[in-house]
Design a binder for this molecule. Structure first.
Ligand code: UDP
Ligand code: MG
Length: 316
């Protein structure tokens, strides 16, 4: 079995060599069992010397392939590039910052041999800040009510995929890529095991609070149109309320005659409804924005330097 390791790297010059050494040790242990390994590193337009580090690795080790982007296209694009360039019978997707322990690959291989197409590593939340744990828990609670696929807390991109899963994911050509959801959408027999969360080895996480918020919204919006449906339901509910209130007001006017006061009611209704309308417009706008990006059919990334066949980058 040829195992491809796909790792997106953004400003990882401090850690990429360490990462490669550790994965290579795992490769050495898997070799006697008849498993070969190749490495596909994607430099996502790093601002530091990650590319140079990758080139050094490639000179030293013929199994290393690298693809370097013309600018930072984001982790999702890097993942896609890595998957396109991986030629293995199965692919392990993992972060380059050693937060995904390479030793677990052996375990994944065993489970893969049991016939699972996706072997998913799920991290525990030990060592995370309380607030982060709680928001995550709340988020998954809400999201799983709203989307069709099942998203699981702690499950990320660290997983082993069979060739048919990789082919399926690569063929999903959407521009807004939410890998977590794409993997879940693809399906196939999957199994999950847990591992203890590790701290970053060097460098720093590129997630800001805002980034996380937007990522969360992507998860909500990428997979169905239920938010649009919810807007419709809300609108209908409001219409019913308005009908009842009108009937009551008109009834009161008929019985008691017209009484002018009502300033508070008008202002609250006006501002409240305006807020609701803005949210609904926002939801519609989000979907329109997504359509806008999809119809352009721009490539997901542009390659600046690589040591592999370029043909694969030409696929739109
Ligand atoms: N990454 C990337 N492009 C980006 C941001 C991150 O390729 O724009 C890579 C990064 O090098 C790492 C992985 O994605 O290998 C996860 O990033 P990070 O550690 O910042 O995220 P976290 O572990 O905090 O979720
Ligand atoms: Mg990380």
């Amino acid at each position: 079995m040829l195992i491809s390791i796909v790792a997106p790297c953004y400003n990882e010059e401090d850690v990429i060599e360490l990462f490669h050494d550790q994965v290579q040790q795992v490769a050495d242990r898997l070799l006697p069992l008849g498993h070969d390994m190749e490495f596909v590193y994607v430099d996502d337009g790093s601002r530091d010397r990650t590319l140079a580090a990758l080139q050094r690795l490639a000179d030293r080790d013929a199994r290393v392939r690298y693809v370097s982007f013309s600018r930072n296209f984001g982790k999702e694009a890097a993942l896609l590039a890595g998957l396109r360039h991986a030629s293995g019978d199965c692919v392990v997707v993992m972060d380059a910052d050693l937060q995904h322990p390479p030793e677990l690959i052996t375990r994944m291989v065993k489970l893969r041999e049991d016939g699972y197409d996706q072997v998913i590593a799920r991290r525990t939340r030990t060592g995370d800040r309380m607030t982060r744990t709680l928001t995550a828990r709340l988020y998954y609670r809400i999201v799983n009510r709203l989307v069709d696929i099942e998203l699981v807390d702690g499950v990320g991109d660290f997983r082993m995929l069979s060739r048919r899963v990789v082919d399926a994911v690569v063929n999903l050509s959407e521009y807004n890529r939410f890998s977590k959801g794409l993997f879940a959408w693809v399906g196939f027999p999957s199994t999950t095991f847990e591992y203890e969360n590790a701290a970053r080895e060097a460098g720093r996480s590129s997630w800001s609070f805002r980034g996380l918020l937007n990522y969360g919204l992507d998860g909500l919006l990428s997979f169905n149109n239920r938010p649009l449906r919810a807007a419709l339901h809300l609108g209908m509910g409001l219409l019913v309320c308005a009908g009842l209130y009108t009937a009551w007001i008109v009834g009161a006017a008929l019985v008691n005659g017209v009484q002018t006061p009502g300033y508070v009611t008008i202002i609250t209704a006006l501002t409240g409804l305006a807020g609701v309308q803005m949210i609904m417009l926002g939801v519609i706008g989000e979907y329109t924005g997504r359509i806008y990006y999809e119809v352009k059919r721009r490539p997901h990334f542009l390659v600046k330097a690589t040591n592999v066949d370029r043909a694969k980058d030409l696929i739109p």
